[in-house]
Design a protein around this ligand. Structure first.
Ligand code: PLP
Length: 388
């Protein structure tokens, strides 16, 4: 659908992208200066596979400040994005047929990565029909083959921030059962309504070395640096050693220029993260208000990220068909809920401009809601709805 949208855009159609998962802000100045300084030395070589020592130190300081835990440099591995970090973890942990519990709605890559590592994804969907995972569903799904559970909160695609009670319970459960808990924290500071990011280590007495918790993070979302491709994992040293072997036989180190940029972002002025968070929170408020005016849409108010996952099943139960209709009739890009294990829903991103959000939702309303006026202007064309 992204390709179709791009073709439409190239033809000059006024496409609105509510599908994209990246903030619009420019990279932080400290990231740019640090990478430019590195580049200008002309001395651009391999770094150690697990990352430049000074970046690993910056990640350790970030972890201390945000998670109240001090990792040893041997607990840290830098990768080319959080995505590669997650793949390294799964490839390291899984033997063929090991099961990994994935909580629906989930980020699309988790089940595919588990399968690539010859594991079996076990999808756990909240039995109550909601979007927040429930411990009793997870306990029921866990068995002797369960090697790991992946938790992503704030969650892509729902925007939900899981309760501290749930996080405490799942940490306790995993530590007790010896199941690895992969915490994908890529959105951890993008939380709203005065909430604080929940540091998962708070719920265990164990040190990183003895804990089952593996934390994944990166600069893509919080610093708006998706194109820099730097992420990391914090894990016990024995796992980091194997992950380093995996990475050394695939991509080796992440680019040193981009590692320098990541170090600049982590050690530079941090107000950029708060300013991004405030912008996105405002966008969240706007999209919620716009969606409230829709009679048939049910939506859980996101507590973080830049996504929401409204239930459009009153209009169309087939989310792929729905997203196709929205693109072809209303020129709005969305992502079908089916891709995240939530049929009947559609993921909308509010990372873009306020204008795109308000206009995008107005177009969706026109395309789906028979109670809305059946004429609309898209660009300079007046369109008439004739399919409801
Ligand atoms: N985890 C989640 C939940 C994501 O949504 C994304 C990107 O969309 C990633 C990980 C990947 O992040 P990165 O850009 O650091 O590879």
């Amino acid at each position: 659908m992204n390709e179709e949208a791009e073709l439409l855009r190239q033809r000059g159609e006024p496409v609105i992208h509510l599908g994209i998962g990246e903030p619009k802000n420019k990279a932080p100045i400290n990231a740019i200066l640090n990478s430019a300084a590195k580049l200008s030395t002309g001395d651009i070589k391999y770094s150690p596979t697990d990352g430049i020592p000074s970046l690993k130190k910056a990640i350790a300081t970030y972890t201390e400040e945000n998670y109240d835990k001090i990792p040893d440099p041997d607990n840290v591995i830098v990768s080319s994005g959080a995505k590669q970090a997650i793949f390294n973890v799964l490839y390291t942990l899984l033997n063929p047929q090991d099961e990994v519990i994935i909580l629906a709605p989930y980020w699309v890559s988790y089940p595919e990565m588990v399968k690539m590592a010859l594991g079996v994804p076990v999808i756990v969907t909240p039995e109550d029909g909601g979007l927040h995972p429930r411990m009793k569903d997870i306990v029921q799904a866990a068995g002797s083959a369960t090697k790991a559970i992946i938790v992503n909160s704030p969650n892509n695609p729902s925007g939900l921030v899981f309760s501290d009670e749930f996080m405490g319970e799942i940490v306790e459960f995993c530590e007790k059962k010896g199941i690895y808990l992969i915490i994908d924290d890529i959105y951890h500071k993008l939380v709203f309504d005065g909430r604080r990011p929940t540091p998962c280590y708070e719920f265990t007495d164990k040190e990183i070395e003895d804990s089952k918790i593996i934390v994944i993070n990166g600069i893509s979302k919080l610093y708006g640096m998706t194109g820099f491709r730097i992420g990391w994992a914090i894990a016990p040293e024995r796992l980091v050693r194997v992950m380093t072997n995996v990475q050394s036989q695939t991509t080796a180190c992440a680019s040193v220029i981009l590692q320098a940029a990541a170090e600049g972002a982590l050690t530079g002025i941090q107000s950029i993260v708060e300013s991004l968070r405030l912008t996105i929170e405002n966008n969240r408020n706007i999209i919620m208000k716009e969606l409230e005016s829709f009679n048939g849409v049910k939506v859980t108010r996101p507590g973080g990220t830049f996504y929401c996952l409204p239930d459009f099943s009153a209009y169309n139960k087939d989310s792929v068909g729905l997203s196709e209709l929205l693109l072809r009739k209303a020129l709005v890009v969305t992502v079908p809920g089916k891709e995240f294990g939530m049929e009947g829903h559609v993921r909308l991103s509010y990372a873009g401009s306020v204008k795109d959000i308000t206009e995008g939702i107005a177009r969706i309303k026109w395309a789906l809601d028979p109670d809305s006026p059946n004429e609309i202007y898209i660009g300079n064309k007046k369109l008439v709805r004739d399919w409801l």
